[in-house]
Structure formats: structure tokens, C-alpha cells
Design a protein around this ligand. Structure first.
Ligand code: SF4
Length: 303
């Protein structure tokens, strides 16, 4: 049997990640020689962070760590609560908010609901993730109440009656199918809830999950190349595990080789996917490895 390594398309940098990286590169050119500090990793990939550090960018977790008012402050692709952006604008030389437009859309939705006097929210997502944490704090700072749930089973903990009005929003990088089902169930139980026509899960997330599910019967094992902090790569990993398939994951070829060659070469049909914040060189290294082991490369797409 021919051994095959499948390339799942789309993969790699999504629109939002690419946009943030391009913007930061432009800012570096524009502010040569100036002190540039990024609050949180621009995108969740340590290699990208390291490359920007080599270009002189300093990364911090809180603006309290920035003591020089003459600093150019960058906010990451994951989104930042508006009060923090305003505070930075009042304190530092210049502020750039490089958040993905799909995340900005969530802040717009929240603000629209608040303007309509809807102050109760359900957030489907992870409070521990940078994106969720900032959206949740933004709601609370604007006199909103928010209940955080991560899965459908938690609908039962919602503190609402059938007639209550509240709005539901979700994190951009969750499992599309699960979020859609959760929204449908909330709508059935709470007819007065404001449920979006489409979840806030972004197109990049949807497409990367869909291409895996579409071709799931083709492969014996999946390799996910990811940044450990990246929520969307965790979702891809979980998707495969839920379908009882073998999955290996890591940030680079070295991490994959650490499973042992006997393990990672045991199957004839291997698929490789990677997430929105994975640099292309890391993916190429894994492909080249399989090609060197006589695996024939093939592309599988959404079509
Ligand atoms: S995964 Fe989606 S929300 Fe996140 S940066 Fe990419 S396009 Fe934007």
C-alpha cells in the first residue's frame, strides 16, 4: 500500500493572525529605534513571539509593567477590554490595537446589547483564555452580568426563567458544531434570549474543523502542529480524540519525533493540520520528514 501524508487545506495562518503580524511588522518599520511593548503574545505561537523579540519587541502581561510613558503599546490579536485600551492611550506615546476583526465584532455586539439595556449575558467560552477574559471583564465593567459556560450540559446552571431576556455570545475559536447545538438548545428553553443567527465562532475555525471532519475516514492518524496556548489547536486536537483517532501534537518536528519513530511511522495514512498561528516552516519540516520516509504528499480541501 502506498504511504500517504495528507495536507489539510485550509491550514496555517488565518486572516486575523496574518493581519496582526503584518501590522506589527509595519509598526516596527514606522517606529524604528523606539520602545515597542506588546501586551500578551501577539498570537499564541512561541516561535512568532521569539521572532518579534529578535526584532526588539518586548512582551509583557500587564500594562503596569510598562514604566516608560514614551512607549509604543501594542495590544494582541486576541482582543483587549476597552477600559485598558483607553488607559493606555492616556498614558503612553501611542497605542495600536491589533485585535482580529472577528473579535472586534464581539465587542460591538456586546456594546449594542448594552445600549439596548440588555445587561445579562451568557458567554460560551473559556474565562481563562485571553479573548474570553477580556470580553467578560468588558461586560462586567459596563454594569453587565455574565454567566460563563463551556458546554451544552451547563445550560442547566443558567440562572434565568423562561421569560428572561439575555444575550448569548461565544468565543471565536471553539468547536463550531458544539456551539451551534448549545445555541439551539438555549433558544428552545429560553425563547426570549437574544441568540445570534450564526455563532461567533470565526470562519477560519469553522473551515479548519470542517476539513478534518469531512476527510476523517481517510486517515489513520492526525498530527496537529500548534502553539500550546492556542485554543483553536486544542479544539482540533479534541475533535480528533472525540472521534477515537490517534493524534500526535507538538510545536515542531522535534516534538513529533519525541513520540519515537516507531510510533509516528506505524500508519500508512497520516494527515497533518496546523492552526492559525503556526508558522509555515514548522509545517514544512514535518512534511519533509514524512517525504523522506517515502510518504507521498497529497492535498485534501473543503471542496
Ligand atoms: S482564529 Fe479566527 S478570530 Fe482568531 S485570529 Fe484567526 S480569524 Fe481571528
Amino acid at each position: 500500500m502506498t504511504k500517504t501524508v495528507y495536507y489539510l487545506s485550509p491550514s496555517s495562518f488565518c486572516f486575523g493572525v496574518k493581519r496582526s503580524i503584518d501590522q506589527l511588522n509595519d509598526i516596527i518599520k514606522q517606529h524604528q529605534g523606539e520602545n515597542i511593548v506588546c501586551v500578551h503574545a501577539l498570537v499564541h505561537n512561541p516561535k512568532v513571539t521569539k521572532e518579534f523579540e529578535q526584532k526588539g519587541i518586548v512582551f509583557v502581561e500587564s500594562i503596569q509593567e510598562i514604566t516608560n510613558p514614551n512607549t509604543i503599546v501594542i495590544f494582541s490579536a486576541h482582543g483587549t477590554k476597552r477600559s485598558l485600551i483607553k488607559k493606555a492611550q492616556a498614558t503612553y506615546k501611542k497605542v495600536y490595537n491589533l485585535e482580529c476583526p472577528f473579535v472586534s465584532k464581539i465587542y460591538t455586539e456586546v456594546d449594542n446589547f448594552l445600549q439596548q439595556w440588555i445587561h445579562s449575558f451568557v458567554y460560551i467560552g473559556k474565562e481563562s483564555h485571553q479573548e474570553g477574559q477580556n470580553v467578560i471583564e468588558h461586560i462586567r465593567e459596563n454594569w453587565g452580568d455574565v454567566v460563563v459556560i463551556q458546554q451544552e450540559q451547563e445550560i442547566s446552571i443558567l440562572p434565568f426563567t423562561h421569560h428572561d431576556t439575555f444575550a448569548v455570545i461565544s468565543q471565536t475559536t471553539l468547536n463550531f458544531e458544539k456551539v451551534t447545538n448549545t445555541l439551539k438548545n438555549i433558544q428552545q428553553i429560553y425563547p426570549w434570549a437574544h441568540i445570534p443567527w450564526f455563532s461567533d465562532v470565526c470562519r477560519a475555525t469553522y473551515e479548519r474543523q470542517t476539513v478534518i471532519l469531512k476527510h476523517i475516514h481517510f486517515f489513520d492518524a492526525l498530527i496537529v502542529i500548534w502553539g500550546k496556548e492556542s485554543n483553536n489547536t486544542k479544539e482540533l486536537y479534541n475533535l480528533w480524540i472525540t472521534n477515537n483517532k490517534t493524534t500526535w501534537f507538538g510545536e515542531s518536528l522535534e516534538d513529533i519525533l519525541a513520540y519515537g519513530e516507531q510510533t509516528i511511522l506505524q500508519y500508512d495514512r497520516i494527515a497533518i493540520t496546523w492552526w492559525a498561528s503556526t508558522p509555515v516552516e514548522d509545517i514544512r519540516a514535518v512534511f519533509d520528514y514524512y517525504k523522506s520516509k517515502n510518504y507521498e504528499p497529497k492535498i485534501l480541501t473543503l471542496q
